[in-house]
Design a protein around this ligand. Sequence first.
Ligand code: TRP
Length: 410
Amino acid sequence: MTTSITNGVSDLHLEGDKMTTGTEDIVDPWNVVSSSDKGIDYDKLITRFGSSHIDQELKDRFEKVTGKQVHHLLRRGIFFSHRDMHSILNQYEAGKPFYLYTGRGPSSSSMHLGHLIPFILCKWLQDVFSVPIVIQLTDDEKCLWKDIKLEEANKMAYENAKDIIAIGFDINKTFIFADLDYIGQCPEFYRNMIRIQKCVTFNQVKGIFGFGDSDVIGKICFPAVQAAPALSTSFPQIFNDKKIPCLIPCAIDQDPYFRMMRDVAPRLGFQKPALLHSVFFPALQGAKTKMSASDPNSTILLTDTPKQLKSKINKHAFSGGQATVEEHRERGGNCDVDIAYQYLTFFLDDDDKLEKIRKDYSSGAMLTGELKKVLIDIVTPILQSHQERRAKITDEVLKQYMTPKKLNFD
Ligand code: TRP
């Protein structure tokens, strides 16, 4: 069954419960599974979701408009897909404002390395465009989907907020909110949720998200909660009642929420939110699935000690190397499936160094143990300085980021 929202041109062309990419890949907000060692086929996903490639032309425009080299997450295609990014750049060039929106589902008190990715890009975007960002912590979502009490989910939202703050967001341009609290603080947020709920039928969310008859009704309404921050009027303390365009950087599994919102936005008199989509951060065991905070072996946590980090990478990181040193020297390693190499593409910003590693590993000049050591040497200081910055975040600082207030924004 193909579902598409009825009025106007729709972004929604989804089949059945699961959005598959035609092969056996499964990608939706709750499942990411690929049948291939190389991971999800992202080109197919773009075709299927109807988004656009972040091509060289767009990257060149980014550089022209901002006067800065684009971030390595964009340069290397880790953010690979977009919707309407050209409109955002047009508006920026014309001196018009926009804001960033992203989020996190607080399902564990410790975040993992992969969770940093969208936030790292958001911080860079905040700096180069000098724009406000709103960050939603969906404690309500995690309570509905997981075996987690409301109070626990809310607590974890505040723990996660500390990790997010530690990434370095500008205190004068950043608002972080837990749904369970903000909904009671801001009537306009709830009003926008109802406006959105009024535009989407059960049939449509069933088509988009695969909800069934035995899903609790909280799940059925939740998409409106995640969509509402894409309307600037959900933040009257920041934007008054102004309709400001929204740009959402996120992993591509979150796209269904925003496809829905893009369909609804014009009916509510808003511009459709623009999007930047990232690939998934692969699990240590290989790119067939993404990193998950609930499996400690597949995951590097932001709280891991240098010793834990070293042992996880050495023990569990899937290797694209050959079985013996002799064979490896002769045939070389396969960077496409090697997790240590993959992680370097996320965290080593020096293009020349990365290219040299790729060549040396592929030719067999570099061994798996050596490659893993490079990764350990890169990630250890990243984790350590993150932990230091996080430890300095007091309750007072946390409160400043999470209290609805006016931001630096005209
Ligand atoms: N649902 C997301 C998660 O489980 C959290 C989230 C809320 C989000 N709003 C968002 C992610 C906006 C990206 C963009 O992680």
